[in-house]
Design a protein around this ligand. Structure first.
Ligand SMILES: [Zn+2]
Length: 319
């Protein structure tokens, strides 16, 4: 069964809030947009791989997006399959065109039809994850569990090439649709070799309990200050920023669409970026002129008010 599901990574959710509110004149605007695109591609690749791994949920314990801490370091694994005799790390790779594994120089070359680019060698990356996971298991007295890994190429149209020993690479790299079969085969092989059976659900639960959430201060990373974000409520119909407040709701100056709660997404976005929102910040961010309207809006939202600090934060139970 799957005991941990994937959700959109927090850094990517933050970029989704920032980008539409950033002036195209912002010095690092292009870089930010490129980073968001790359992260979005990674996320959609992981979801494609999830689709195939799902078929293992009836026999093994599955966890998406595992983020653990060991020896002062955090490490992240796209998907973890706790099978009957081993743990399998599945690393999703989403590349378009042709990818070439060079096992001698340990590099990955992607050719999208026009440009050739180099990437960090996926096998080195996943070997590192295996190393950290082994240490983690050691700390939790589970070091007897063998760890294997697979690199799942998310898109079936990606052409995989090898500049060297193809057979060696083909043992750990495959299109995502083949990975569940490879995991089952390896697990059965271990059973036949007389390896001890592990309590997959119990081990999975132990990992789940220790899982953190990967986050990043995106504003700081790109040197964005709050004042550089363009304020205003986005129209849910046409996407234009700067809806006008009318009695009990909003109206779009562009398409005349009316909405009662178009502002909610915006205030939750603000809290996602900054951790909290004050009444004054809310007035500025939504383009309100009335303090009492801002208060009413915040009171009706799912946020909770911390009297001591005079600001609103997200309610962990609801948003
Ligand atoms: Zn509109």
């Amino acid at each position: 069964m799957k005991i941990k599901n994937r959700s959109k990574p927090l850094p990517l959710r933050k970029l989704d809030v920032i980008i539409p509110r950033l002036s195209s004149q912002f010095p690092r605007f292009t870089e930010i947009k490129e980073d968001a695109k790359r992260q979005g591609r990674g996320y959609s690749g992981e979801m494609k791989v999830d689709y195939y791994l799902e078929s293992l949920a009836s026999r093994y314990t599955l966890l998406d997006d595992v983020y653990l801490h060991i020896n002062g370091k955090n490490f992240q694994i796209d998907s973890l399959v706790v099978a009957n005799h081993a743990i399998f790390i599945v690393d999703a790779k989403h590349y378009m065109g042709t990818i070439t594994f060079d096992p001698i120089l340990k590099q990955l070359i992607r050719n999208d039809g026009n440009i050739e680019s180099g990437f960090e060698y996926p096998i080195t990356q996943v070997e590192n994850q295996k190393f950290h996971l082994h240490n983690w298991l050691l700390k939790h007295k589970l070091a007897h569990i063998p760890i294997y890994y697979f690199i799942a190429v998310a898109d079936p149209s990606t052409i995989i090439k090898v500049d060297g020993n193809r057979e060696e690479i083909s043992k750990v790299v495959a299109h995502a649709s083949r990975v569940p079969g490879m995991i089952m085969e390896k697990d059965q092989e271990l059973a036949q070799a007389g390896k001890a059976k592990i309590q997959d659900y119990k081990v999975g639960k132990m990992i789940l309990r220790e899982c953190g959430v990967y986050d990043m201060n995106i504003m700081k990373q790109y040197g964005i200050t709050c004042g550089e974000l363009l304020p205003g409520v986005f129209c849910p119909e046409c996407g234009m920023r700067g809806m006008k407040r009318i009695h009990g709701g909003w109206i779009c100056k562009n398409c005349r669409q009316k909405s009662h709660n178009a502002h909610l997404k915006d205030i939750y976005g603000y809290v996602l970026l900054n951790g909290s929102i004050t009444n004054t910040e809310c007035m500025w961010f939504l383009g309100l002129t009335s303090r009492s309207t801002a208060t009413r809006i915040l009171q009706k939202s799912d946020l909770i008010y911390l009297k001591k600090y005079k600001y609103w934060v997200k309610n962990p139970k609801t948003c």
